[in-house]
Write a protein that binds this ligand. Structure first.
Ligand code: HEM
Length: 412
């Protein structure tokens, strides 16, 4: 179908921070879906990076995600910048920025640890981690839901999968922020240090490996250090970048979804009442949280050849952003897409928070679902009187759909 962009849409630059001043531009995304489904943004704020195409329709996000031959993750990585402070060559050592066949071989090394059955074995421990963190704020009248609850829980959960000790959690969260919140001005100032952090991570992972040589454990570090791909062990840089991927993907993601879902519930007492009356709706609340507030606003691909879509020519090498933030609210895929509706049927199979069901579909989806369910359930049970206590603030980053702070208070 050929689409002619409405003239004012043609001048819109989705990378312009002013477009995001009032939060994600959902109304603009709706117009793009209807009038300009393959839209070009020049990314004027970073001219050296060039522009990007935006894919916003649900069906198009799925089609592009499934066509890894035309839309590569490896050519230019998954961000809207080539230069995130870590060169593309190093980014490409992570399977998320790789194409098949190497991507598939690396994913096979870890996928068994994240099946529903294996994840379910961690349930008691995850409950314990959540309980411990909630205990830490139980005596406070006021606290910050992001800093004091949403940050430490996923850090410890993924740390326990990897095999890192609890005392290192804060350092690992800091490292992952440097890699994924690279647009944040406070982080950007440290760009020159990013290479130094890669060296620190290599040293850190080498230390973990040395400990496991003496004392093997049933954890992901042990699995990775023993794994072979095409008959070869992973080298120290490959191990360190794999570690960073699992740490960042495990941290940023559930932290963001928990925070946004809790905020939605705190702002809508009728939803809370619905959940109290029918606790079995908790799974639906998790899915609706994932759909309405995908943790990653998009993942990028780059065209491997010139390709026509909706009357536009995407040139070889052009960057293409798959906006889950938009596709999860596509009115052709979901009725009343802007309504957080925990009675919506058949949702789990449909939304694209975990990707458009291509080769890169989220490795941690089963873990994220279990973690979010236990976590939201326990928060509501422990703090039935929780209320918002000020304006939440958002992380200013195109890629991360995240809150920095959600002040809350207890009324009893
Ligand atoms: C709310 C939670 C989460 C969300 C919304 C989320 C979302 C995503 C998305 C959108 C992708 C890319 C899909 C694509 O490009 O097609 C992805 C990939 C990935 N996720 Fe998650 N994720 C979450 C939790 C986790 C957790 C807890 C882990 C822990 C290990 C994890 C590990 C990964 C990895 C390793 C990849 C790369 C997979 C590949 O390249 O094949 N994610 N995730």
């Amino acid at each position: 179908m050929s689409t002619t962009a409405h003239s004012d849409l043609g001048s819109i630059d989705l990378a312009d921070p002013r477009v995001w001043d009032g939060g994600p531009p959902y109304a603009l995304f709706k117009r793009l879906q209807r009038e300009d489904p393959v839209h070009f943004s020049p990314q004027r704020s970073a001219p050296e990076e060039g522009g990007f195409w935006s894919i916003t329709r649900f069906d198009d996000v799925r089609a592009v995600s499934r066509d890894h031959k035309t839309f590569s993750s490896e050519k230019r990585g998954i961000f809207h910048f080539d230069d995130i402070g870590v060169p593309l060559d190093i980014q490409r050592l992570q399977m998320i920025s790789m194409d098949p066949p190497r991507h598939d071989r690396l994913k096979a090394l870890v996928i068994k640890a994240f099946t529903p059955q294996r994840v379910a074995e961690h349930e008691a421990h995850i409950r314990q981690i959540i309980g411990h963190v909630l205990d830490g704020v139980a005596d406070k009248k006021q606290f910050d839901l992001v800093a004091e609850v949403a940050r430490p829980i996923p850090a410890r959960v993924i740390g326990s999968f990897l095999g890192t000790p609890p005392e290192d959690d804060a350092k690992l969260v800091y490292w992952t922020n440097v890699f994924t919140a690279f647009e944040d001005p406070a982080i950007r100032e440290q760009w020159s240090d990013t290479a130094a952090i890669v060296t620190e991570v290599i040293e850190y992972v080498n230390g973990l490996i040395e400990q496991r040589r003496q004392n093997p454990q049933d954890d992901l570090i042990t699995a990775l250090m023993n794994a072979e791909v095409d008959g070869e062990k992973l080298n120290e840089l490959e191990l360190a970048t794999f570690f960073i991927l699992l740490m960042s993907a495990g941290n940023d993601s559930t932290r963001a979804t928990y925070s946004a879902t809790m905020l939605e519930l705190l702002r809508n007492p009728e939803l809370l009442a619905q959940l109290r009356e029918k606790p079995e709706l908790i799974d639906a609340a998790v899915e609706e949280g994932l759909r309405c507030y995908p943790a990653f606003a998009f993942m990028a691909r780059a065209a491997t050849r010139d390709v026509e879509m909706h009357g536009k020519t995407i040139k070889e090498g052009d960057r293409v952003l798959l906006w889950y933030l938009a596709s999860n609210r596509d009115e052709t895929a979901f009725d009343n897409p802007d309504t957080f509706d925990i009675t919506r049927p058949g949702l789990a199979d449909k939304h694209q928070a975990f990707g458009g069901r291509g080769r890169h579909f989220c490795l941690g989806a089963n873990l994220a679902r279990l973690e979010l369910k236990l976590w939201i359930e326990q928060t509501l049970k422990r703090f039935p009187d929780l209320q918002l206590d000020g304006e939440p603030t958002r992380v200013r980053a195109l890629f991360l759909n995240q809150y920095n702070s959600i002040p809350v208070r207890r009324t009893s």
